[in-house]
Design a protein around this ligand. Structure first.
Ligand code: ZN
Length: 173
């Protein structure tokens, strides 16, 4: 799948949920797509998973579920939720069945696509540029890269690592 399509899909998801402000309300976005989010203790190496089925799943009494590991920091949990939502929008099959989980060190094309979706969903380009413009205005002039990373990380409630990747992608650092 080409990156442009992933970016457009993330944009559309935000539009459909009527989200125009940051930090992105990621749980609201999932609810808008009919998915319930559970934050619970999962095995150490599992960040989260998504299940979409015809019938209710396990103890969740619901058929569209994203679960994230409570023991991980909120910034990572937010990214995991966005990543799982990416699988929902990008990788669901015709029968509407889906199962994916996010493990430590997981790689592959599908995982990369879900990460690109998550990055665009949590840090939309226009909003990132706006946040940096405000920062520029208040700081009066050019701001160092480390400051940009901290700003985006705080304003968008994402990890510094995720903010760095996004800023590099947009060639803003
Ligand atoms: Zn995944």
């Amino acid at each position: 799948m080409d990156t442009q399509r992933i970016i457009l899909t993330a944009k559309k998801a935000l539009e459909e949920a009527g989200i125009t402000e940051y930090p992105i309300k990621i749980v609201q976005l999932c609810e808008n797509a009919g998915i319930r989010v559970f934050q619970e203790y999962l095995p150490e190496n599992v960040s989260g998973f998504i299940v979409v089925k015809d019938e209710d799943f396990g103890n969740y009494n619901y058929n569209k579920v994203i679960s994230v590991n409570r023991s991980e920091p909120v910034t990572r949990r937010r990214f995991t939720i966005a990543h799982e939502l990416g699988h929902y929008y990008l990788h669901r099959d015709k029968n509407d069945n889906l199962y994916a989980h996010r493990d430590a060190g997981q790689r592959g094309k599908i995982e990369t696509e879900a990460d690109i979706f998550a990055s665009n969903l949590l840090m939309p380009e226009e909003m990132v540029r706006t946040a940096l413009e405000y920062q520029n205005y208040y700081e009066g002039g050019s701001i160092p890269d480390t400051m940009k990373i901290i700003t985006i990380s705080k304003e968008f409630n994402v990890s510094r690592e995720a903010a760095t990747i996004r800023l590099k992608q947009l060639k803003l650092i």
